[in-house]
Design a protein around this ligand. Structure first.
Ligand SMILES: [Zn+2]
Length: 600
């Protein structure tokens, strides 16, 4: 165990509390103590005064899920495997929470965005946490607040409520402040103070939420003996290299993050460490400082030797992003060492960071010695290559900015703005199936069915194998009463992608409209084979049976269904029809009455 960094206090019986604060989308160079004079970040500044500030810390990933998973596992994305939203973290990779819980820690996590929700977009990230503050499922609110995102104050309030209810330590509490992520909408007074720099306003606001957290820890008397780590999960492009947000590129704009470590009863107060380090070093540092032996598979190393100066050298930084694959573009890999950065891309890049810290002058030359040595370092990565056959993200970044804007607008119920951005993508690339699909969705959402058909048909022509486009086109055609067209598209798509229950349900309903009741029943039966509980499929079968005058068969199925789904009004309505067909007038009236009550 490294004891460096601790004051010569008598040996303590209780291990220190550990508070990990991750601030989303936080560029190091937009924080006051990192030299940005135009912002007030007093909480981060005082944490840096009481701890050690790493001036050159880097995340291996510019994507929220991947980068947080790296912090919580000490592994690179290509090792922990969480390279996109929704990818589960495998149980073979122990998490910081698990390791600390195993040593008697009480563990809790408070997240500020649904992208880290362990029930939906971040499965497995809750492993080891006694409490993980997921978002309420099926939120009905249209606003993005409390459905997609929580304000920093709300996150902190949840954390303080939990801490107050669970005062027995030692604690490991992870708090995630999402505010600086776009859209930039700081509350007052930050919206006024930073009205022309709303991103900075969000950072200043997040800092004020952090201040509330620290004030609480001090009031409880927990602060001095605690290990507090504040870190950014990634930065923000802000237009550098034409990237507005983050996720696609591996330049410093989105990978250089603040990292501040306040050790218990620290002797390292105010220390600034210039060496290049990694956010994968956080987990080994925590284990080192509390005396837990680290798993030997880790790709990070304890930062404690920097505290007393026994280590001063730069550590090799790797960068990885598979996010471009989402759009059909090449993934990127990078290595940052010896004052240089090599980015492996279809058109590789090399930057001399001392002469060119902004990474604007690509000095890549295939046969140079430094390229060879950087490539040799990169061979350590499990998946060291980019793809030569896919487009270079450098050629696509303007499209990505627009697609991102459209996605945010759609999530936030602003279809007009989504449509505008998507039409601009199509001006850049008329065959972008991503844009055509999203545009079709937007038109469907606002009831422009004919326009939806137009875009989706073009998308379907460009990407005939994309089941999502085929499904949407089927929906749009059905709405425009082109039932035969819808049937053809869905049948062909289901031949290539048979396991698409939503498309099958839609096709079943189209067969009902076409009065082909046997074919409808076949589709619904197929859905039940993979989803035996599907209510819609059971209702579909009942409808087909009623239309074929098989009232007894329909009633049997519906009696079961209305027992298991006693609040399903449509089930009772269909049951009433079946009873009427059977001449059971009184039972039909009862079912109708029940349906009426449920409809209210
Ligand atoms: Zn993030």
């Amino acid at each position: 165990m490294t004891v460096l960094g601790f004051a010569a206090a008598p040996p303590r019986k209780t291990p220190p509390d550990i508070f990990l604060v991750t601030i989303d989308t936080l560029r190091a160079d937009h924080i006051h103590c990192y030299g940005y004079a135009d912002i007030q970040t007093p909480a981060l500044d005082s944490l840096a005064k009481e701890g050690a500030r790493f001036a050159q810390a880097f995340t291996p990933s510019p994507l929220t899920n991947s980068s947080h998973t790296s912090v919580l596992t000490g592994l690179l994305p290509s090792s922990h495997g969480v390279n996109d939203f929704g990818v589960p973290l495998l149980e073979t990779h122990p998490t910081l929470a698990e390791l600390l819980k195993g040593k008697g820690y009480h563990t809790a996590a408070f997240i500020g965005a649904v992208v880290l929700d362990s029930k939906t977009l971040a499965p497995g990230l809750d492993r080891g946490f006694d409490f993980y503050d997921n978002f309420p499922p099926n939120s009905q609110t249209k606003s993005h607040w409390d459905r997609l995102e929580r304000r920093g104050e709300v996150v902190i309030r949840h954390a303080l409520t939990w801490l107050t209810a669970h005062p027995t330590g030692p604690h490991f509490v992870w708090v995630h402040l999402y505010d600086p992520h776009d859209p930039y909408e700081p509350p007052a007074p930050y919206s006024r103070t930073y009205k022309d720099r709303l991103y900075d306003g969000e950072i200043a606001y997040a800092d004020s939420a952090l201040a509330k957290f620290i004030t609480y820890l001090k009031a409880r008397g927990w602060y001095d003996n605690s290990l507090v780590i504040a870190v950014g999960d990634h930065g923000e492009g802000l237009g550098e290299h034409k990237e507005e947000t983050h996720g696609i590129f591996l330049y410093d704009a989105t990978t250089h993050v603040p990292l501040i470590v306040k050790a218990p009863r620290s002797k390292i107060a105010g220390k600034v460490i210039a060496a290049q380090v990694r956010t994968t070093d956080i987990l080994p540092t925590v284990l080192d400082l509390v005396g837990i032996s680290a798993p030997d598979t880790l790709q990070g190393k304890s930062l404690a030797p920097y505290f007393d100066g026994s280590e001063t050298k730069d550590r090799t930084v790797f960068g990885e992003t598979d996010y471009p694959l989402r759009f059909g573009w090449s993934p990127l890999r990078s290595v940052r060492a010896d004052g240089q950065k090599l980015i492996e891309a279809p058109r590789p890049e090399l930057y001399d960071l001392r002469a060119d810290p902004g990474e604007v002058k690509n000095v890549y030359a295939a046969e140079s010695d430094s390229i060879k040595s950087l490539r040799a370092m990169m061979a350590e990565l499990p998946s060291p290559t980019s793809s030569a056959t896919l487009p270079d993200p450098k050629d696509k970044i303007e499209q990505q900015n627009l697609l991102h804007r459209a996605m945010m607008a759609t999530q936030d119920n602003r279809p007009e703005q989504a449509r505008q951005a998507l039409e601009q993508v199509l001006q850049l690339d008329g065959k972008s199936s991503l844009a055509l699909r999203q545009l079709g969705e937007v038109e469907l959402q606002i009831g422009e069915d004919v326009k939806a058909v137009e875009h989706l048909r073009r998308g379907h022509e460009t990407s005939p194998d994309d089941p999502a486009i085929a499904f949407l086109l089927g929906q749009a055609l059905k709405r425009t009463q082109d039932l035969d067209g819808a049937r053809t598209v869905l049948e062909e798509s289901l031949k290539a992608n048979p396991n698409e229950p939503l498309a099958r349900l839609l096709l079943g309903n189209i067969y009902l409209d076409l009065k082909n009741f046997d074919a409808a029943a076949d589709q619904f039966e197929s859905v039940l084979l993979v989803q035996p509980e599907s209510v819609e499929a059971q209702l579909g079968i009942a409808k087909a049976l009623i239309r074929k005058n098989d009232f007894a068969g329909a009633a049997r199925g519906l009696e079961d269904l209305t027992k298991s789904q006693p609040n399903n009004a449509e089930g009772f309505e269909l049951l009433a029809q079946a009873y009427r067909g059977l001449g059971k007038t009184q039972a039909a009236q009862q079912a109708e009455a029940k349906a009426k009550v449920l409809r209210k």
